[in-house]
Design a protein around this ligand. Structure first.
Ligand code: HAM
Length: 436
């Protein structure tokens, strides 16, 4: 008699069983709470998309497009793919649904399954899940810093302490071609020491040679030209100022001059967060960067943007292996769902640095605050604060930073007081309590 067939999951795909669901739920709760605190709106896009969206968006000569797409034709002969990443889908949805006319920045987040035809191994699957954050319509380096702060907040709440943040700038369409010329020359002179794939990459997409994990290519990379030395003035200023913000926020980072990331749309800032130990097999936990040309490339108006995504499976594996306990504070999390009562207004870089720190302190005290850290203009920030109907705006300019004071503006009657910065959280907490 023929034996009954035992069905199994498809290679590289896994069931999430009830025993694991508790952790998945807690991780989702933390991500949702942090997204709410920073005022991101949730979006969900279809799993199937037009193949061209990723060929154009992610980039024709990337590993994801060249080798990893689950693509097929529908009965109606449309060429579709199981989405390999979120960013092009979110930008498509942003353009298609008229979000371009909204007040900038538009902050969107999502969570769900993605598909890449990779060689399965620990931390690398063919179906995996990401949480993804995108800030659309803001070119400021302070926004990149805010996004990094948000992501580290998620890891901290989940109990992950041993991470390392690597940052780099890969320049823009102005300065990168000069660098690519130097890079090509350098590698062409050493071509015989490269792996077969890199020999091909060198022609099609030379930046990707820097990303190769083969030992022989890593050796050649050690003395390769660094893009930081070729940045144009604008990109240099942007990068320098991001590093200053990170310093001011007390966020430690490693400047990795060879960090390039495997997707074609990035320019200026790129970053990755990985487990601290070099040999940890989970690989990168979170990756992201700025993509100021993608929206235009996908048919929208020229709009700068920055975003990042984290791998759920990799993070959950660490939580399980290290028996970590996510810090869930349901009442605080619930309060982050409400509109904020406070808007933090800043004028100038010194004030931005202070505000970035204040955001953290308010969050630790369970108080939701709004801000528009990329803006420099007082009027537009106050207009946004009134639109959001907050009770108070806290205004920090150059003078207040130097004098350790802060202006508290009652938005209903426009009465302003100057208060010491010290104790401001306690004072605001008291006032908000009185409102209830
Ligand atoms: P990515 O670096 O391709 O970036 O993926 C982000 C994260 O997804 C990785 O750091 C990793 O944790 C997880 N991940 C990727 N592939 C796999 C896999 N095969 N198995 C398990 N986990 C995986 C992006 O996808 C960009 N869209 C991020 C972004 C958003 N950039 C701007 N906005």
């Amino acid at each position: 008699m023929a034996r009954k067939k035992q069905f199994k999951t498809i290679t590289g795909m896994a069931d999430i069983m009830p025993t694991d669901y508790k952790i998945w739920k807690e991780v989702e709760e933390v991500i949702t709470a942090i997204a709410n605190f920073y005022d991101f709106a949730r979006i969900s896009t279809p799993i199937l998309e037009d193949e061209d969206l990723f060929v154009k968006g992610t980039g024709q000569s990337t590993e994801v497009i060249e080798k990893q797409m689950f693509s097929f034709r529908t009965k109606g002969k449309e060429k579709v793919v199981l989405r390999p990443e979120f960013t092009p889908s979110i930008i498509r949805a942003y353009i298609e649904n008229g979000l371009e006319s909204r007040q900038k920045p538009v902050k969107l987040w999502t969570l769900g399954p993605l598909f890449r035809y990779e060689k399965p191994q620990k931390g690398r699957y063919r179906q995996f899940h990401q949480f993804d954050f995108e800030i659309i319509g803001d070119a400021a380096s302070a926004t990149d810093a805010l996004l990094i702060q948000l992501l580290l907040n998620i890891l901290e709440r989940l109990g992950l302490k041993n991470w390392r943040l690597e940052v780099n700038s890969i320049g823009c369409q102005e300065c990168r071609p000069h660098y690519l010329k130097q890079l090509k020359k350098y590698y062409n002179e050493r071509k015989k020491h490269l792996c077969a794939d890199c020999k091909k990459r060198l022609e099609k997409n030379p930046l990707r040679v820097l990303d190769c994990k083969e030992e022989k290519c890593q050796r050649v990379k050690k003395t390769a030209p660094q893009i930081v030395n070729s940045l144009c003035q604008e990109c240099y200023k942007h990068f320098h100022s991001l590093l200053e913000f990170l310093d001011a926020m007390g966020i430690s980072y490693i400047l990795n001059p060879y960090l390039v990331r495997g997707l074609d749309y990035y320019e200026k800032t790129v970053f990755e967060i990985m487990p601290e130990e070099e040999n940890n097999r989970q690989g990168t936990l979170i990756g992201g960067g700025r993509y100021d040309k993608l929206i235009e490339q996908l048919g929208g108006k020229p709009t700068p943007a920055v975003g990042a995504a984290g791998g759920m499976e990799r993070i959950i594996e660490i939580i399980k292996e290290e028996n970590l306990h996510p810090n869930i504070q349901r009442r605080v999390f619930e309060s982050f769902e409400n509109p904020p009562q406070i808007f933090l207004v800043q004028l100038g870089d010194l004030a931005k640095k202070k505000i970035l720190k204040l955001i953290e302190e308010f969050k630790k005290n369970g108080i939701k605050v709004a801000q528009n850290i990329g803006k420099d203009n007082l009027k537009s920030q106050l207009q946004l604060a009134s639109k959001m109907k907050v009770k108070y705006s806290l205004i920090l300019g150059q003078r207040e930073v130097l004098e350790d004071t802060i202006i508290v503006r009652d938005m209903e009657n426009s009465i302003q007081e100057v208060l010491p910065q010290k104790g401001i959280i306690k004072e605001i907490k008291k006032r908000i309590k009185e409102l209830k």
